[in-house]
Design a protein around this ligand. Structure first.
Ligand SMILES: NC(=O)c1ccc[n+]([C@@H]2O[C@H](COP(=O)([O-])OP(=O)(O)OC[C@H]3O[C@@H](n4cnc5c(N)ncnc54)[C@H](O)[C@@H]3O)[C@@H](O)[C@H]2O)c1
Ligand SMILES: O=c1ccn([C@@H]2O[C@H](COP(=O)(O)OP(=O)(O)O[C@H]3OC[C@@H](O)[C@H](O)[C@H]3O)[C@@H](O)[C@H]2O)c(=O)[nH]1
Length: 422
């Protein structure tokens, strides 16, 4: 519940109610950030996105306690004349809009570059020209590969943090060759960071840049064939959740040797709210937002998710829960990878006093509980439905489709048919 008492920031200054333009509010991070702002602050949100299914629960009824503090605008920032006016109406613009699933970077490089650089240009321009504050979402991927990854495999220096800890103001950005089009995303993000930084240096733009380190939690991406395209390839959490839900093997790209640190979305948006409400401490800064204590290889993540899902679902794991697959087969030509992503936390600790709280096991427990509750039934129905169609077309038996409503047989959606084998 939004408090009615005057809220103060880290420097003891009163926090005045803000109007926040959130571009990409309908996405994974945006939906959690909207919830937090509406539940804990008096701020108003102009939620801009092409989709709103992940924030529908915040928009539905005027009876909601935050009614009137969130308005949704179905806008594609690629070509919409309303963008500048909305930026002018707001005290702060947060830009989350991006194509940010690795399966797109090497297969849709032009769209990826346009989305992460070209389309962000007007947002930066309008904020700078109208002296409006900007919080821009970049990525930990701008660091690319660690320096240590170029050392000989047996070099002891690989164990030296100086060769792998990623620090905002000192670490280089190291990408693969141009043919490795995976890096189209990271390079576009790097260039928009540099443009924002230059707008700050030359024109006084008040900016904060966020580099998320694998934020995960409920509502991340989609489950292919349920709330996203069957042929879609989401990020690893949704890929692995999809396999677990369907009792299929989890695919380990190139053996799952890459390492990642994962942070719970609920911890991460706490850091963003601190940035929003402490402009004197956040303006002009780039922040790593991640959890250095949650490092695993992708293989270890798969094993942990398998164990947690077995506990959550009550179903035994597969005999062989994982299978290796080459990146070429899984992602196609031009894929490349970050070897390791450990965030240095010095700057965010000093400026905002933020630290993540949730262990990887606990965040996977709450996330897979959500996934199982949300998707298991739908997937089971679709599975039976597909089986029924197969049996009928294969002439194995006749099946009486028992319609649950009076609709025509054309709408044989799993939700409204039951069947019995005669
Ligand atoms: N989730 C993470 O771990 C992570 C890690 C690093 C960086 N990021 C960055 O954080 C931001 C948000 O990521 P997310 O995980 O919420 O992704 P997401 O895909 O769930 O959300 C992005 C949202 O932006 C919207 N969008 C994209 N192009 C748009 C356009 N032209 N006009 C209007 N809306 C548009 C999409 O519809 C989507 O709702 C992205 O910039 C991403 O690069 C996220
Ligand atoms: O089914 C899968 C999916 C993914 N993976 C591997 O899991 C690792 C993580 O893959 P993700 O799809 O989550 O994406 P990455 O961590 O590489 O980058 C992501 O995090 C940083 C953000 O900028 C973006 O949202 C995205 O680029 C990669 O090594 C990938 O190859 C698998 O082994 N199997």
């Amino acid at each position: 519940m939004a408090s009615s008492t005057v809220r103060i920031n880290l420097d003891g200054k009163p926090i005045n109610p803000l109007t926040i333009l959130m571009i990409g509010a309908g996405g994974f991070i945006g939906s959690h950030l909207c919830e937090k702002i509406l539940n804990e602050t008096p701020h108003k949100i102009l939620a801009l996105d092409v989709y709103n299914d992940k924030i529908k629960h915040l928009l539905e009824s005027d009876s909601l306690k935050w009614a009137g503090r969130i308005q949704f605008y179905r806008i594609n920032i690629k070509h919409d004349s309303r963008l500048e006016g909305l930026i002018k109406m707001s005290d702060l613009t947060i830009n989350l809009a991006a194509i940010c699933t690795p399966a797109d970077y090497n297969t849709r490089p032009l769209d990826t570059i346009y989305s992460n650089f070209i389309d962000a240009l007007p947002v930066v321009k309008y904020c700078s020209e109208n002296a409006k504050r900007l919080i821009h979402f970049s990525t930990c991927e701008v660091y690319g590969k660690t320096i240590g990854s170029f050392l000989p495999k047996d070099s002891p220096l690989r164990q030296d943090p100086a060769y792998y800890v990623l620090k905002e103001d000192t670490s280089p950005c190291i990408f693969g060759s141009i043919e490795k089009q995976r890096w189209s995303y990271a390079c576009a993000k790097q260039l928009i960071e540099r443009l924002i930084y230059a707008e700050g240096a030359e024109n006084g733009l008040e900016f904060t840049i966020v580099r998320p380190f694998n934020w995960i939690g409920p509502r991340m991406d989609f489950i292919p064939g349920v709330d996203g395209p069957s042929e879609g390839v989401p990020r690893v959490l949704a890929c692995f959740s999809n396999a677990l839900l369907r009792r299929e093997q989890l695919k380990l790209v190139d053996g799952g040797v890459s390492q990642r640190t994962f942070v719970y979305i609920k911890d991460a948006i706490e850091a963003v709210l601190l940035m929003i409400e402490n402009p004197d401490r956040a303006n002009g800064h780039i922040f790593n937002v991640g959890n250095p204590n949650n490092e695993v290889t992708v293989r270890q993540l798969a094993e942990m998710m398998t164990e947690v899902y077995s506990k959550v679902s009550g179903e035994p794991a597969l005999e062989q829960p994982t299978v290796d697959i080459s990146s070429k087969e899984f992602y196609g030509e031009g894929y490349d990878d970050s070897d390791k992503r450990i965030p240095d936390m010095t700057i965010i600790n000093k400026q905002l006093g933020w630290n993540p709280k949730t262990s990887l096991w606990d965040l996977l427990d709450s996330t897979l509980t959500y996934q199982h509750k949300t998707y298991a039934e739908a997937i089971k129905k679709r599975g039976l439905h597909v089986l029924a169609r197969y049996l009928v077309t294969a002439g194995k038996c006749c099946i009486n489709f028992v319609k649950r409503d009076a609709g025509a047989f054309t709408d044989l959606e799993p939700d409204n048919v039951g069947f019995k084998i005669c």
